[in-house]
Design a protein around this ligand. Structure first.
Ligand code: HEM
Ligand code: HEM
Length: 256
């Protein structure tokens, strides 16, 4: 509950706060910056990756006058550096962040109340329950899907490094990542997986933007804005309920 303690709802008078709602700081600077660096890098990686897979407008002959594929690959690799570093920073932040909402427990529902709400999230997305669960941070289903997305990020990084290592000059530092090639069962499989996972990520982003817009409109909690501003506008009762659930969870763990 450190994040809430750092931002006690009572002291936050804000023009957008109406009725029983309070403004809660959910996404810290690291979470927001990493989110947008990854999103931007991914847009560049998808565009350049599609070009690498299906090049066009190359007249043939020697590439030196235009060097088009060379430039596209360079852009892919620079975006890959930003992507890889941001993913690493976010993974460290899962364990180092002082904010409850940024930590790994938002992604793996180890607490009993989050497992209960996982079922409620599933019911909501299956049209069985009219409203999404009233949790402040990620809902447990979103958390689990983000965990899957981070695994896919790691697949993109390692398959990319495998392909890069194959091309690196002998003695170059990047040649170290050659060990990844047999793990992927060869270069061609690494390339195939790299390509396939891109489409899975494109599908995720489509659903992600839709699901965020949907819950934002239904809950009227400023969810889409929150990934820019850091703040959500939630019912005071939901904040209190989560505090009670967290405290019960901690007490249960101490007893057991
Ligand atoms: C390439 C594009 C994108 C990717 C890969 C992506 C991925 C993610 C991931 C992994 C998270 C979890 C963040 C964390 O805790 O570290 C997240 C959260 C979030 N993203 Fe995105 N995102 C993308 C684009 C967008 C866009 C365009 C929007 C705006 C509509 C958006 C809105 C949000 C919001 C509101 C959250 C917090 C949602 C929640 O409460 O669970 N994202 N995104
Ligand atoms: C979400 C992130 C990424 C996406 C969507 C993406 C997409 C792609 C695609 C579609 C291709 C073409 C594959 C083909 O020929 O069928 C490609 C090639 C490649 N990517 Fe990525 N990529 C991503 C991240 C990375 C990362 C992090 C690295 C490096 C660590 C990387 C390194 C490479 C390399 C070395 C190639 C082969 C280039 C060549 O054959 O000339 N990629 N990428």
């Amino acid at each position: 509950m450190r994040a809430m303690a750092a931002h006690p709802p009572d002291e936050l008078a804000h023009p957008a706060v109406k009725g029983t709602r309070v403004r809660v700081y959910v996404w810290d600077l690291v979470v927001r910056n990493v989110h947008w660096v990854i999103a931007l890098a991914m847009a560049i990686l998808i565009a350049t990756g599609l070009y690498i897979a299906h090049p066009f407008g190359i007249s043939g002959g020697t590439p030196s006058p235009h060097f088009r594929m060379g430039w596209v690959r360079v852009i892919h690799f620079y975006a890959a550096i930003f992507f890889t570093l941001s993913v690493l920073v976010r993974i460290i932040w899962f364990f180092a962040s002082p904010s409850l909402y940024a930590r790994w427990k938002q992604f793996i529902p180890v607490q009993r109340y989050r497992r209960r709400e996982l079922l409620n999230s599933l019911k909501f997305y299956s049209f069985i329950r009219p409203r999404p669960p009233d949790l402040i941070g990620h809902n447990p289903l979103a958390g689990l899907s983000y965990l899957g997305v981070f695994v896919l990020y790691l697949v993109m990084i390692t398959s990319g490094l495998a392909m890069y290592a194959a091309d690196a000059l002998p003695g170059a530092y990047m040649k170290t990542f050659q060990f990844l090639i047999p793990i992927y069962g060869g270069l061609q499989t690494a390339r195939f997986i790299h390509h396939l996972v891109m489409w899975v990520l494109i599908l995720f982003v489509t659903l992600h933007v839709y699901a965020n817009a949907l819950t934002s409109a239904l809950e009227e909690n400023g969810e889409v804005d929150s990934i820019f501003s850091g703040y959500k506008f939630v019912h005071r009762g939901d904040v209190e309920k989560e505090l009670v659930d967290e405290a019960a969870e901690k007490a249960g763990r101490r007893r057991g």
